[in-house]
Design a protein around this ligand. Sequence first.
Ligand SMILES: C[S@@+](CC[C@H](N)C(=O)[O-])C[C@H]1O[C@@H](n2cnc3c(N)ncnc32)[C@H](O)[C@@H]1O
Length: 261
Amino acid sequence: MISPIDDYTIFKRKIKELIGLDLDGYKDEQIKRRIKILMDRVNVNNFLAFYRAIEKDPFLRKDFIDKVTINVSEFFRNLDQFDILKNRVIPQLKDHFKRLNIWSAGCSYGNEPYSVSIILDELGIREFNILATDIDTEALKKAKDGVYKLEELKGVSEERLKKYFTKIDNESYRIVDKIRLSVRFEYLDLLKDKYPQNMHLILCRNVIIYFTQEAKERVFRKLSESLETYGILFLGNTERIFNPQNYKLKPVDLFFYKKEA
Ligand SMILES: C[S@@+](CC[C@H](N)C(=O)[O-])C[C@H]1O[C@@H](n2cnc3c(N)ncnc32)[C@H](O)[C@@H]1O
């Protein structure tokens, strides 16, 4: 017997039509758990009623997107890996490429691409482009602004704070223009948009953990296609590629993969 299409499948289809967000790429249980909190708040107990509420209320729609996108980020997230990036990976990339094309895919509030820009400045590297992308337009707005509360700067050393941030008031700091203007922020959905090409370093960290296995495989393939030979893909702390050779990638350090010819 053919099973009837469940509520959540219809909800996903309707959300895709309404806001273009393709929930099929995300793990169902994860998303359901997150939106349950909102469903309780607006007092509905099924997905179709929740869809109707989202359709009517733009504020709820925004809260829904926030719940799905999960923006948590930090400067120099997993500092030891950023040390490897600075001391090993970037110097090796510079041996192969004159001007580095760097992409932070799923950049949230900009902490990640700005961390890379700071590292490049410390290394005295001036020839580079940094593209930073996300699907959360509010997060992109905050990223472009480059203003952070002190508690958002916990990965930043005293020395870096002095050199790369200007105090606005007792609570907030703005990243200096030299770093801020070195990053180009754009909207890009990793599950459906075209990827930029000729990249030398891609950071895609703490983004794909929410994707289904099928979506992860598609994203790995497309990320690899974006990289030039010898380019590097840098993943998050809990992320691994199990068959990297399937994507012409070779592990070179924990969480770093090199594109092979
Ligand atoms: C947990 S944050 C990670 C931020 C940063 N990469 C880090 O590791 O600190 C995940 C980001 O992925 C973004 N994201 C989720 N789904 C996405 C998609 N389909 N395409 C692009 N970005 C996505 C979210 O909006 C969020 O800003």
